[in-house]
Design a protein around this ligand. Structure first.
Ligand code: FAD
Length: 475
């Protein structure tokens, strides 16, 4: 009798605990992916669907090279698993668990229902360094502050060897699957993904990791903040879809430090960022309400403004603040935005425009290839000041100063806001301050070729501080 390997957010063959355990049974393995668009919590956004399309194809290629293939099904996960069990006589299911609250509960329900019929479901952790719940304070409570969490995480996380991808993996014949072309995951009319420069799949993830170790890692602590450079790993979508495990990433980066190829402090800084991913996942698992509401409840009383025009200008990258606009355009064109700019753009929406963080979170959810419920919600709430261990509420990023500091040569803004390309660096981050003759010389006509600022920084800052002070006074 075969066993089912139910692929979820673990679209890889290397260091895959569910796969390793399925192989250990010595039975034939049925690798299946179920597109369940109703039952697994929030439906993936458009950019995520783009990624999933390519990642599943890559996984199928990897399986075929080993004599197997990926069986695709669409519908309710439990019903599809049952159908597969009826068709094949399989009596065990192996899966790496998802830890977002809705998917987690549903997995448990499915396992429970199948168990009642003699089908064993084996769940593993393939996506995090440590399972949520395994890293708790001395008093047995979830951590709410990052630094002690990270310390405890690194102590708790096992550092055992990754299991490599198997060399062969034959799939029993004669089982029908769906055709991925019929799923319509790739956008058609219009195809907005033409600027996406990604290689989804396990091989693409490994290549991104190697490129980073050879490149950005050596200067990561500083380079990670410079959006005009390739100073970060761009592993986030690969990690989200489980095309590489965080454990292999951490091992590889630490090995580079141990071999003297990079300074240990650079590797540590990078591991700490992986730690933020863990912190986000653990928090959401332990405080499920934070996907919808403020982690710190007093922030639910924020006097958010309804401003459809401001929201639309933000989404399109037409706020008149070059760094914000560059980020929002990078997001639309590539499905990704540099972290420094995510912080500034998010802060602009929440603080300068006083628009509810959930509006921004929803837009990121739809447009990011790395859209991840836990990381997205945690980071939006960090920016909004409503999260656990959030930025202090009175920190209001000045988009001009941020641009001057982190994009001093203007490489990033010139790339994404070409209408300002000819403006000298001195005025690039605040074009409205350039003398009329300079604007004219650079072909910039504010209000025509590029918007004037949709809000005045000083006034918006004062408005946000008033609202935030009132909220902070309640806590
Ligand atoms: P690197 O700097 O190379 O970092 C390595 C890995 O560490 C990343 O791939 C990611 O998995 C993790 N990481 C780094 N920073 C963070 C962080 N602040 N929080 C959580 N994990 C982190 N990241 C997502 O993966 N999905 C999201 O939906 C998401 N939404 C965000 C929304 C906002 C408003 C902000 C400010 C940040 C968000 N981030 C999100 C975090 C961060 O911006 C991205 O993880 C990072 O830019 C990805 O690029 P990288 O892989 O090159 O990062």
């Amino acid at each position: 009798r075969p066993v089912i390997l139910w692929f979820r957010r673990d679209l890889r063959l290397g260091d895959n605990p569910a796969l390793a355990a399925a192989i250990d049974t010595g039975r034939p393995i049925l690798p299946v992916y179920i597109l369940d668009e109703g039952g697994e919590g929030r439906r993936p956004g458009a950019a995520s669907r783009w990624w999933l399309d390519k990642s599943l194809r890559a996984l199928d290629v990897a399986l075929r090279r080993r004599g197997g293939r990926l069986i695709l099904r669409r519908g309710d996960s439990e019903a599809e698993l049952r159908r597969l069990i009826d068709q094949t006589g399989a009596d065990q299911v192996f899966m790496n668990r998802r830890f977002e609250p809705e998917a987690f509960i549903r997995d448990a329900d499915i396992a429970h229902a199948l168990k009642a019929e003699g089908i064993a479901c084996h769940g593993f952790n393939g996506s995090l360094l440590a399972r949520p719940g395994a890293v708790l304070t001395g008093a047995g409570k979830p951590y709410r502050v990052f630094t002690p969490f990270l310390k405890a995480l690194l102590q708790a996380a096992p550092d055992r060897l990754a299991t490599p991808a198997p060399e062969t993996l034959a799939t029993p014949e004669g089982l029908a699957g769906e055709d991925i072309d019929a799923w319509g995951l790739h956008p058609t009319a219009p195809d907005w993904s033409q600027g996406f420069d990604w290689t989804p799949g396990e091989a693409g993830a490994a290549a991104a990791l190697s490129a980073f170790i050879e490149g950005g890692l050596a200067d990561y602590a500083v380079g990670r903040d410079v959006p005009g450079r390739r100073g970060t790993s761009r592993l986030s979508p690969h990690l989200h879809w489980g095309e590489i495990s965080p454990r292999s990433v951490v091992r590889a980066v630490r090995a580079a430090a141990a071999q003297g190829r990079v300074a240990p402090a650079q590797a540590d800084k990078f591991v700490a960022e992986i730690g933020w991913r863990e912190f986000s996942a653990h928090l959401l698992h332990q405080f499920p309400y934070m996907a919808e509401r403020a982690f710190r409840p007093e922030f639910d009383a924020m006097p958010w403004r309804t401003d459809p025009e401001g929201l639309a200008a933000w989404k399109k990258g037409r706020t008149g603040y070059p760094l914000v606009d560059a980020g929002m355009r990078e997001l639309w064109a590539t499905g990704w935005m540099h972290n420094r700019v995510r912080m500034v753009a998010a802060s602009f929406l929440v603080k300068h425009l006083l628009i509810d963080w959930r509006e921004g979170e929803a837009w990121f959810w739809d447009t990011l290839v790395d859209a991840d419920l836990a990381s997205n919600v945690q980071n939006w709430q960090w920016v909004a000041g409503s999260g656990a261990d959030a930025a202090p509420y009175f920190r209001i990023f000045n988009p001009v100063a941020q641009g001057e500091k982190f994009d001093p040569a203007g490489r990033y803004v010139r790339r994404w806001v070409p209408e300002l390309r000819a403006l000298p660096g001195r005025w690039l981050h605040a074009p409205w301050t350039a003398p009329a003759a300079v604007q004219a010389e650079a072909g910039v006509r504010l209000g025509r070729t590029y918007p004037r600022p949709i809000v005045d920084h000083a006034a918006a800052r004062a408005r946000a501080l008033d609202a935030l002070k009132a909220i902070a006074a309640r806590s």
